[in-house]
Design a protein around this ligand. Sequence first.
Ligand SMILES: *Cc1c(COP(=O)(O)O)cnc(C)c1O
Length: 312
Amino acid sequence: MDYAGKKSDTPSPFTPVQKIEGPVPERHKIELFIKRDDHIHPAISGNKWRKLKYNLLAAKEQEHHTLLTFGGAYSNHIAAVAAAGKEWQFKTIGIIRGEEHLPLNPTLEQARQNGMQFKYIDRNMYREKESPEMLEQLKRLYGRFYLLPEGGTNSLALKGCAEMIEEIEPSSYDFVCAPCGTGGTLAGLTAGLNRRKQLLGFPALKGGSFLKEEIDRLTEEYNGQIYHNFQLITGYHFGGYAKWTPDLLNFIRIFKDTTGIPLDPIYTGKMFYGLYDLMEKGWFKPGSRILAIHTGGLQGIEGFNEKFGDLI
Ligand SMILES: *Cc1c(COP(=O)(O)O)cnc(C)c1O
């Protein structure tokens, strides 16, 4: 069904934009703003809400009762799908990479409380998770379901992310910035910007330049377009996905102390670290106006602290 062409009757949430003051932007004569998508919903945070919106509308319209998706044990997407399922009255099934660990970590415990049912599969099987054989097997196990891909990225997710641009005035900014995992959010933003302004994506994974092709593929599938006004800043992955250094955590602590804004260590912390580093290196011209999107992910902090010992 072509839900992608349909105008929404669900209004945009219009999350607030605030200015970030501080010595670094001040010294480099940069105006830095943050769009607080972390405030979009208490449990379905940031870009995961954006990515789910049209998928859930489509699932309802197709009279599905079950959502099935995939993710790691600390996944923001898993957390979001479980919470959304509870709110929108879907049964939810999470196919989790790796073995079960009890007690459940805070992400999975919350998802369980929101009614999600888990199935754990090993890493080799996980790689084949969207193969026709595996999906057939899952259908036999769980019956008919609406499939949300890992990370929630598909065309309907791009449509939801593109809406973020409708909530801002692009001509007010020189750069719009977002962290990247699968690239779905950046792809939606670039489609929403529609060649206005420059987008900067900060991959949370090592070797993030592969995302260029992936984003092109996603926008082409979404609206037949390929955009050139985005750039991937690949130097701030801190060793790879979910890897970190004391320096990164220190930055996150200072950022929170000075601005009052919490960042997560997987995505938004790395993006802001990168932005501040680029400002210090003179990468942005004086007078630049930058909008960074807080994509959420704060649910992961509790599990991160439990695993590594109250670091942030
Ligand atoms: C999932 C996630 C991202 C990555 O989004 P993609 O669309 O997969 O690139 C960025 N920030 C946060 C907080 C996330 O949870």
